[in-house]
Design a protein around this ligand. Sequence first.
Ligand code: IPM
Ligand code: MG
Length: 353
Amino acid sequence: MDFKIAVLPGDGIGPEISLQGVNVMSAVCEKFGHTAEYKYALCGADAIDKVGDPFPEETFRTCMDADAVLFSAVGDPRFDNDPTAKVRPEQGLLAMRKKLGLYANIRPIETFECLIHKSPLKDEIVKGADFVCIRELTGGMYFGEKYQDNDKAYDTNYYTRHEIERILETAYGYAMRRNRHLTVVDKANVLASSRLWRQVAKEMAPKYPEVTTDYMFVDNASMRMIQEPGFFDVMVTENTFGDILTDEGSCITGSMGLLPSASTGEHTPVFEPVHGSWPQAKGLDIANPIAQILSVAMLFEYFNLKEEGALIRKAVNASLDANVRTPEIQVEGGAKYGTKAVGEWIVNYIKEA
Ligand code: IPM
Ligand code: MG
């Protein structure tokens, strides 16, 4: 395949991990006879500084023209600490999701055998946990009508049947390819929007008789996730619940620096790490590039290039086994590896495989 990739490095550690992702992409392409043409584009605080817009029109065009977007991270403390700031880096991310129609956010929660001790949960609870959260990404309170004055404020948790149906279809697709267990997470005991979700899901479930569908309130789901993560196979939920639950899920693994995600929908799909821009680590060569590198594996898998994805996963596992790890997951007394060194080791492994 001849890939056209839009690369959006963004802020903080973004550019450093982006480079490692691109290098891995190129190494895999070379190995399997693909080509990749990269076009870099601005986003986040970087784009605000340079052109005054966190998701400029030109970036949007570059994304639309590409087969896939390799996104890194946006966010800058200069904006977090200023409640009066009119433009914020995060608006760029939301604009990208909306404009590219990225309604399905796929966040796998996997464990790495050799890192289980890093999880705050007991080993026996974490072992074998392996599920996917499918988060609705372009609806709900994030995008519903908002209002704020000095005395009152509201956000509207608005969902249409169409939005619910298409995300449930995505979720059932994953459940069919996995262990055929779908958990619909909502708050149908309180919220009207959740009741519509549940109603639509109940209508749809008979279309997938091979899949066991169950329904769980979000408060209960957040508890179950740390009590018995092995219960879940595929979980589907609305935008806000998905935001919260996937941060919780990322802790099961032990390091946020390991988890990739994909956002797919109407236009170009986006592949990115789950973690943010970690501004304090910017330029220090300490950020873990693995989440970004695994997002490249998800990219290949999206195009049904399974061997390519599998080789990246194998290379990442080999790096962990060889203790070629960034500081936050390094074993005691283990050698010091930075972002670049881990990336280079993985690239070499791919070349020699
Ligand atoms: C995420 C992030 C974003 C979100 C922020 C940065 C706007 O937390 O991707 O989970 O809330 O969706
Ligand atoms: Mg989040």
